[in-house]
Write a protein that binds this ligand. Structure first.
Ligand code: KIV
Ligand code: ZN
Length: 512
């Protein structure tokens, strides 16, 4: 059966989602999981865009094996040099270079003639080829480009050494039949097409990213690009889990296979959601909380009699095991280690000690420590130690008083504290943090949800905040929702600090 490669761009295009700012440690964690999921290519980042992105790509290239690691570069020489520097240690390195080919982009954005664009594309591919064998070339905004011009550009970059040609629907404008016909027309006009793989990269502005990608499979493309949970620029990219499960469930239609291990889908989706702070909508196909929930009596009755009445795939097939009740306050270190290993998570002894300490504290606060709780504990320990941490928190609020918060923070090994009033306890706590650190923020989005079913579930707060021109996301989990809110804000603050988007200006520390 024909194989379709899955090119995952969660860490590049996905990270371009507003409010997502992953640090190198978090990106490495996601890359490891993507390798377990069985994607063929991980686009790890855009190294020239920031030192943090460079660092992340470099770490992923050095540490993640058995999958191709790709770095994005514009056609400028310095982009390609930087991309190569970042991926040189990869087992199977790949450079992905791109330039726009549509009249609208060439005229207004690049201010270049088609001939100039063609020359830049060829020069970039040649330079990349002098460094690495595997090169993907993307014609940005391909679906709004002239098909004859695209054929010329593609023929030229194949001659220059490109191994994969990517045909993006950059603005999500295409419709399935039209896109399939367009791909055929481009392929017909491309000399040497038989020597390369054809890829598509569809955006979801009209909600058609997956449909367009599947239409491309029907006309013979070799690779689909997408991001976990469909995250990415604007309305996002084709969701990798939807592509993989559609191809698997309807193999009768598509007659293709992928290397995706579908049992890793739920885990990957949850990890990306937790670390990116982008909540998965409950009715999202495949990985939404309701994707396997049967609400109406007629449906429940049908499913009880025969699952296939209302289920076209099983929750098990995507690795859903979130309902399992795992451990309690009498569970020992060994049991915690076993359960973590069963979940396929890797932690060393030092981290296990920290996780176990936190586990004991959590088990004191709630009856059952569930799989979702364990994931949260492990995530917290696999990230780099944050620069600014919460020492203590006190809030007073009620119907007849002004909400007030007093808060202690640790920063650069010193302890600071201050108090503030606010519209509510969360606002008061955020204002106290701002006072301590000498920063200012605008809260753009705040959401609170339970991480599990059940009354004693921990609360998860996801926020999006703006520091000057930068938007950053944060997530915090706790049995106490004010503490969860403070943790979420501190995560956003730490991310902004790591990226150099805020400077800290504290008053005198408190004596210990
Ligand atoms: O959407 C797009 O065109 C891109 C390219 C860089 C492939 O993300
Ligand atoms: Zn894109």
């Amino acid at each position: 059966m024909r194989q379709i490669d899955i090119f995952d761009t969660t860490l590049r295009d996905g990270e371009q989602s507003p409010g997502v700012a992953l640090n190198p440690g978090e990106k490495l964690q996601i890359a490891r999981q993507l390798a377990k999921l069985g994607v063929n290519v991980i686009e790890a980042g855009f190294p020239i865009s920031s030192p943090g992105d460079f660092e992340a790509v470099k770490r992923i290239a050095a540490e993640v094996r058995q999958v191709s690691i790709c770095a994005l570069a514009r056609t400028q020489a310095q982009d390609i040099e930087r991309a190569w520097e970042a991926i040189a240690k990869a087992e199977s390195p790949k450079i992905h270079t791109f330039i726009a080919t549509s009249p609208i982009h060439m005229q207004y954005k690049l201010k270049k003639s088609p001939e100039e664009v063609l020359e830049l594309a060829v020069a970039a591919v040649k330079l990349a080829k002098s460094k690495v064998a595997d090169i993907e070339f993307s014609a940005e905004d391909a679906s709004r480009s002239d098909v004859d011009f695209l054929g010329r550009v593609f023929s030229a970059v194949i001659a220059a050494g490109a191994t994969v040609l990517n045909i993006p629907d950059t603005v999500g404008y295409a419709t399935p039949d039209e896109f399939a016909k367009f791909l055929q027309d481009v392929m017909e006009r491309t000399d040497g097409i038989e020597k390369v793989k054809i890829s598509v990269h569809c955006h979801n502005d009209l909600g058609l990213a997956v449909a367009n990608s599947l239409a491309a499979v029907q006309v013979g493309v070799h690779q689909l690009e997408g991001a976990i949970n469909g995250i990415g620029e604007r309305a996002g990219n084709a969701a990798v889990e939807e592509l993989a499960i559609a191809l698997k469930t309807r193999q009768d239609q598509f007659q293709v296979q992928t290397t995706i291990n579908s049992k890793e889908i739920a885990r990957t989706s949850q990890l990306v959601s937790r670390l990116s702070g982008m909540i998965v909508q409950p009715n999202k196909a495949i990985v939404g909380k309701n994707a396997f929930a049967h609400e109406s009596g007629i449906h429940q009755d049908g499913v009880l009699k025969e699952r296939s009445t209302y289920e076209i795939m099983s929750p098990d097939s995507i690795g859903l095991d979130m309902d399992t009740i795992v451990l309690g306050k009498h569970s020992g270190r060994h049991a915690v280690r076993e359960r973590i290993a069963e979940l396929g998570l890797e932690v060393d002894d030092e981290r296990l000690d920290e996780i176990f300490k936190e586990f004991k504290l959590l088990a004191e606060r709630k009856k059952e420590v569930t799989t979702a709780d364990l994931y949260t504990l492990v995530d917290a320990q696999t990230n780099n130690a944050p620069e600014i941490t919460l020492e203590y928190l006190q809030v007073s609020s009620g119907t007849q008083i002004v909400p007030t918060s007093t808060l202690g923070l640790k920063y650069a090994d010193q302890r600071y504290e201050d108090a503030a009033c606010g519209d509510g306890p969360v606002d008061a706590a955020y204002k106290a943090i701002d006072k301590i650190l000498g920063i200012d923020h605008k809260l753009l989005h705040y959401a609170l949800q339970a991480i599990d079913r059940g009354e004693d579930s921990q609360g998860e707060v996801t926020i999006s905040v703006q520091f000057k021109e930068h938007t950053v996301g944060g997530r915090g989990v706790s049995t106490d929702i004010i503490e969860a809110s403070v943790k979420a804000y501190l995560q956003a603050v730490n991310r902004a600090y790591e990226h150099g988007w805020i400077s800290i200006d504290t008053k005198s520390p408190v004596a210990r």
